[in-house]
Design a protein around this ligand. Structure first.
Ligand SMILES: [Zn+2]
Length: 663
């Protein structure tokens, strides 16, 4: 278990480093991330390198038991480099340059930038690749931050054409695939193919989808370039990158594939009051990217903010967020940042200690957490999170619905989160899977909005159901092929056979509510829906719900089709939370998914396990005491006592339990 902090020694007088390292050691830290924005100090002029200060900083940290992760500094190209090669700067969709003066001011396809990236990363790798006090590397920082995935410069225009040539081979195939005959967009020379800069009206949706894929791929390739250099010069050092949670513009499955493990940056109070289901969902997605444990490389430790200061973590919250991350598979927690910086854009992005450098409440909370995790570490070693439920969550799907949301109220991730929340309330853990991942370990697959489908995806979903799985999918599924072209088959297109239905009509719904009556095992529930209404003609499927208003009153709204040993449920509308909940309970039961501990108790539960040992994390996200009745006898690993029956958690309280050994 690694536990530490992000540190910027270059921001503080060198005389202070020793004090900082002592305080970090006293907080039980064993790792520090440094240098990810320090290019101008590492290479103050072209070809003039200064690593002495970094050597000394690493030496001070190592002497206090702190291992080091070095961030490659490529998110902040220095002024001398930009002045020499101004074409490194990215351009926005209007074609305007996004200039020097903040960060992330580079285009990932720029060849000059590749040249200078190779040099600085190569220098760092050669100097620290065998250093016993350096355990790993972080590539760049938060790829895509500040809308920098999609660049519209001339270099990207050329790179996009090359990327398309490799994908399609001939212009004829590209023209047919994109349907460029529409609005006379036919291309007769590769040099005519555009990058989607600002235009009079909306671009071709197939071009846009390819551009989104291309832009994501350019970040993946830029990261790979750095990884290849590091792999050549390093031994026994890991390589990771700090992802941005639910950030939608990079295919994190692709970006994560080249890394030893993924990390992410978690700021629960950045968007107002923390949303515990969203936080849990993000941890689960991040763990699913590589299907292995992960790190939080920046964990909020104080109020964040640039010009505006966000709210302060409540006493206990930093500890709670730490445990929530660990409970869902984090093997490393690194707080952002050590001491709040006195200058620059982030001077109100607070760290563990304030500008004054004195240990106060948040330091003490982190110190307590560190002491607890040190005790838990031997038990956590080798434990993983195992689940029976998965969500299908391909980025292609997200992008296609971002390009054409179908209804103004429709957002892919929001719909996924509505279903995720049902599982979260029941304390049932979930994984996320990509469109080509193996599904065989799961009993229930929830696949909202399978908007684009290709034949092999349909076949694998069918096989999952035939083999006994329960599939839930929703409206706007099977609508398009993988190139973002509408199917010419009756909806739900490639999924029609599996779902046993035909969508005979649909209504992009702008009213307040449409009535829905659900009937499950003879029990009737009245409710409502909105956003979209498919009018379903069941074929081999049976109806589970019907509309009770609108011109499609009495028509089927939800169906279930038995195929092989499993069943496929189609939800043709956006149900209210009560009806959605009932359907989820029905599907969980049919799929034989184990019940979650303390479901609906208000206490979040997550489990890490190894062999027959289970570590059970209980988390109270509220500022009120919470009590719940435990079904067995447990030992508390935080308080070293035996617990049976009722358990009480303090406001923002946490408990870690192990099933008591029976004698
Ligand atoms: Zn560019």
């Amino acid at each position: 278990m690694y536990f530490g902090v992000d540190y910027y020694p270059e921001h503080w007088p060198e005389e202070r480093w020793e004090t900082d390292a002592q305080m970090m050691q006293a907080a039980h830290f064993n790792v520090v991330r440094i240098a990810e924005f320090a290019w101008a100090k590492l290479e103050p002029a072209e070809g003039h390198f200064d690593f002495d200060w970094l050597d000394r900083a690493i030496e001070v940290l190592n002497r206090h038991g702190l291992k080091v992760i070095i961030g490659t500094p490529t998110a902040t190209p220095p002024k001398w480099l930009i002045d020499k090669h101004p074409d490194i700067l990215p351009r926005d969709p209007d074609g305007h340059v996004r200039g020097f003066g903040s960060r992330c001011h580079y285009c990932a396809t720029n060849e000059a930038y590749h040249w200078y990236t190779d040099i600085i990363v190569g220098q760092l790798a050669r100097r620290y690749g065998q250093h016993p006090g350096v355990i790993g590397w972080q590539i760049d920082n938060e790829f895509g931050c500040h809308s920098t995935v999609r660049c519209y410069c001339d270099s990207c225009q050329r790179a996009f054409r090359r990327w398309l040539q490799r994908k399609y081979g001939t212009l004829d195939v590209l023209n047919k695939t994109w349907g460029t005959i529409f609005w006379s967009q036919t291309y007769t020379d590769w040099d005519q193919v555009i990058i989607p800069r600002k235009t009079v009206a909306e671009h071709n949706p197939s071009l846009l989808l390819d551009f989104y894929r291309f832009a994501s791929d350019m970040k993946v390739q830029y990261q790979r370039r750095q990884i290849e250099i590091l792999r050549r010069h390093t031994t026994n050092q890991f390589i990771t990158h700090n992802l941005m949670g639910l950030f939608p513009e990079i295919d994190y499955y692709e970006l994560g594939a080249d890394l030893d493990f993924v990390s992410w940056d978690n700021y629960p109070r950045l968007l107002g009051s923390p949303d515990r289901a969203r936080l849990a969902m993000t941890h689960d997605l991040i763990r699913s990217i590589r299907r292995r444990n992960f790190w939080v490389m920046e964990e909020q430790s104080g109020p964040s903010g640039w010009g505006i200061v966000q709210s302060t973590p409540r006493p206990g919250e930093v500890r709670l967020w730490t445990y929530q991350a660990v409970s869902r598979g984090a093997d490393g927690i690194v707080y952002f940042r050590w001491r709040t910086c006195r200058f620059g854009t982030e001077q109100f992005w607070h760290g563990v200690i304030n500008h004054d450098g004195l240990p106060r409440r948040r330091y003490e909370e982190v110190q307590r957490t560190g002491s607890e995790l040190k005790r838990l570490a031997p038990l956590l070693e080798g434990t993983v999170v195992k689940n029976e439920v998965a969500f299908l969550y391909p980025y292609d799907q997200l992008w296609a619905l971002d390009i054409q949301p179908n209804n103004p109220r429709l957002n892919y991730t929001d719909v996924v989160k509505e279903y995720y929340t049902c599982l979260h309330e029941r304390n049932i853990g979930v994984d996320f899977v990509n469109h080509d991942d193996d599904l065989s370990q799961y009993k229930l697959l929830i696949a909202p909005l399978v908007y684009m489908v290709y034949p092999d995806l349909a076949a694998r979903l069918a096989r999952f159901v035939q083999d006994g799985g329960v599939l839930i999918t929703t409206f706007r599924s099977g609508v398009k092929d993988w190139n973002n072209i509408a199917t010419d088959k009756p909806l739900p297109g490639e999924l029609a056979y599996l779902l046993g239905i035909e969508i005979s009509d649909y209504d992009s719904f702008y009213g307040d509510k449409v009535g829905v009556r659900l009937e499950l095992n003879g029990e009737l529930s009245e409710g409502s829906a909105d956003t979209w209404c498919d009018v379903i003609t069941p074929q081999s499927a049976k109806r589970l719900a019907a509309y009770t208003s609108e011109y499609y009153s009495h028509e089927a709204a939800v169906t279930e089709n038995r195929v092989g040993k499993g069943r496929a449920i189609y939800i043709g509308t956006r149900l209210d939370s009560n009806l959605r909940s009932k359907l989820i309970d029905y599907a969980l039961l049919e799929a034989g998914v184990a019940k979650g501990l303390l479901a609906h108790s208000g206490i979040e539960v997550a489990i890490r396990e190894k062999d027959s040992m289970k570590l059970i994390f209980l988390i109270n996200h509220t500022d009120q005491k919470q009590t719940a009745a435990l079904p067995g006898r447990y030992s508390s690993l935080l308080s070293n006592r035996s617990i049976a029956g009722e358990i009480e958690l303090e406001p923002y309280g946490v408990e870690v339990l192990k099933e008591a050994e029976l004698f």
